[in-house]
Design a protein around this ligand. Structure first.
Ligand code: ACM
Length: 539
């Protein structure tokens, strides 16, 4: 934001900053100023566009209005209206940066000016949160006199450009309907990156035309271990699986784009590859046979760096790139045991030919090669922070996800890489939400309460004094070994996702856990109205 409003003048500080409006918007906007009067949103309210020819703006309006039309009977037509909500995109005149907006509610009408279309979309999300929670988007009926929205001016823009949620659909499969709901809920809280973890030891979830066995074989496991991975194996006797067709992937990508969410596919390599090896055992260093994993953990059999493996992976990635228009493809790189490579004559020969001193360097060489392949197709690679350790010379456009704490992120930033912070300590939503695990659904372990998520500062201290520009944002990870159903995912994600939203959107000095906790109560009603499961927060 070019000028924080509260710094404009002493007069303004007295007028506005002291009279903080007790609103319920999450994430907390940069600035909320009171105004006088009330607008009545009613059947007479329409939506007008500054540029009626702007189809993308019309889409923003429709995507926002549709749940109200369906759920409340408000017609909210887009086009000519004598009164209502006026939408405009104005990159030059608005006081806010990318994805920012100015929202003004006055008794005569509502105006949202975004610096871009995403900004207008976010202005509408804030407006939604100024409406009563029952309208959201349940089957409330709006009284004839309409619903009151108090006059207010909001000026807002995000702190970070990368505001992510991850979902592991490989340990347990979740259908398109749920994935879309997840994305919709993200977007309502101004999160804009959906990291779709599509391949794993326990399942391959994306249709690839060149390799049909990936989904004929790799998408299914005969049964699943019951209880914790560390306990002796006990199968549930139930076949589990599923995958997304290309048509379904396109549907999700379009749905997400309508909500200004970029979908980032993850195709894991060279580890966490058992489902692919069960489908095509010739890609492993040993003979197999392999089965799609029925239990959890880290598996010794990984992709062998044969030329045929690169042909396979590059073909897979070429099909993936066709489906996902966003700039990133995630290629994993974490948790890669190297015992099979150490035992392989082929890998020893490769190390000799490539001048690689140890098998760790093979890991770096492997991922560099894949990153270069994707760069030729105009894509940027994201990898987990292990990729820093095995490669001294990653292509500069590789983005690092720092998950084993923040040390990897600091190192990556020093080496000139973009960084997304996802440390287990603050944003692993598969961790328990209560210290007392009795009464909680089985989870992987750990303890990550709401206030710890809220306290997360994505820019580590050592970078704050130097250059924080490489930290492009943060993301919460949702690994689903112990989440078998959509309800269980929602229980682990909410309300922690709302705390994350404030971590990545709100200015560092604008956060206040007590005030967040107050606003959260209103959002719990909103989540109730949308039938979203959540863990009731303590206190
Ligand atoms: C990870 O949690 N293995 C990235």
């Amino acid at each position: 934001m070019r000028r924080p409003l509260c710094a404009l003048s002493v007069l303004f500080v007295l007028q506005a900053c002291e009279r903080k409006v007790p609103h319920s918007i999450v994430p907390e906007p940069v600035d909320v100023r009171p105004a006088s009067g009330t607008y009545r949103l009613s059947a007479a309210t329409g939506i007008t566009l500054a540029d009626p020819e702007d189809g993308e703006l019309a889409r923003v309006a429709d995507v926002w209005a549709e749940p109200y039309r369906r759920g409340t009977g408000l017609p909210l037509p887009v086009g000519d209206a004598s009164e209502g909500i006026h939408l405009a995109v104005d990159p030059g005149a608005s006081e806010v940066g990318p994805e920012g907006y100015r929202l003004e509610v006055a008794s005569s009408g509502i105006s949202i000016v975004g610096s871009d279309h995403a900004g207008v979309f976010y202005g509408l999300q804030s407006l939604a949160q100024l409406l009563p929670p029952g309208l959201e988007p349940g089957d409330a009926t709006v009284p004839a006199e309409g619903v009151a929205v108090d006059a207010v001016t909001v000026l807002d823009e995000p702190r970070f450009s990368y505001r992510g949620m991850h979902l592991d659909v490989a340990r347990h499969f979740f259908d398109v309907e749920f994935v879309k709901r997840y994305i919709d809920l993200m977007a309502r809280y101004k999160l804009n990156r959906f990291h779709w973890h599509l391949t794993e030891d326990q399942g391959w979830r994306i249709e690839i035309d060149a390799f049909p066995r990936l989904t004929e074989v790799g998408a299914w496991r005969d049964e699943t271990h019951v209880g914790h991975g560390r306990e002796p194996f006990r199968g549930d006797g139930r076949r589990h699986g599923g995958y997304y067709t290309k048509e379904e992937i396109r549907e999700v990508v379009t749905y997400a784009a309508d909500r200004h969410v970029m979908v980032i596919p993850e195709i894991e390599m060279p580890g966490h590859a058992t489902a692919a090896l069960a489908s095509y055992p010739e890609l492993a260093c040993t003979d197999g046979p392999f089965e799609v994993a029925r239990t959890w953990g880290v598996f010794e059999d990984i992709f062998c760096p044969y030329e045929e493996t690169f042909d396979f992976l590059e073909t897979v990635l070429d099909e993936v790139v066709e489906l996902f228009p966003g700039e990133y493809v995630h290629v994993g790189g974490d948790e890669t045991p190297t015992s099979r490579w150490e035992e392989s004559d082929y890998v020893r020969g490769l190390m000799f030919r490539q001048g690689l001193n140890d098998v760790e360097q093979v890991h770096g060489w492997f991922l560099r090669r894949i990153a270069n392949h994707l760069a030729e197709r105009g894509k940027r690679v994201i990898g987990w922070d292990e990729i820093l350790e095995t490669s001294r010379s990653l292509p500069p456009n590789v983005t690092v996800m720092s998950w084993r704490g923040t040390v990897g992120g600091i190192e990556a930033s020093r080496r000139g890489h973009d960084v997304v912070m996802t440390p287990t300590s603050h944003v692993y939503f598969d961790y328990y939400q209560s210290e007392d695990q009795e009464g909680e659904p089985l989870a992987i372990g750990g303890f990550l309460p709401l206030d710890t998520v809220y306290a997360f500062e994505p820019v580590p201290g050592p970078l704050r004094e130097r250059d924080e520009s490489r930290i492009i944002g943060a993301q919460a990870n949702v690994w689903t070994e112990y989440m078998k159903t959509p309800d269980q995912v929602e229980y682990m994600v909410f309300p922690r996702m709302l705390a994350l939203a404030e971590v990545v959107w709100t200015p560092r000095n604008g956060k206040n856990f007590r005030d967040f906790r107050r606003r959260l109560d209103w959002h719990l009603r909103r989540l109730d109205a949308m039938d979203v499961r959540y863990r009731p927060p303590e206190g």
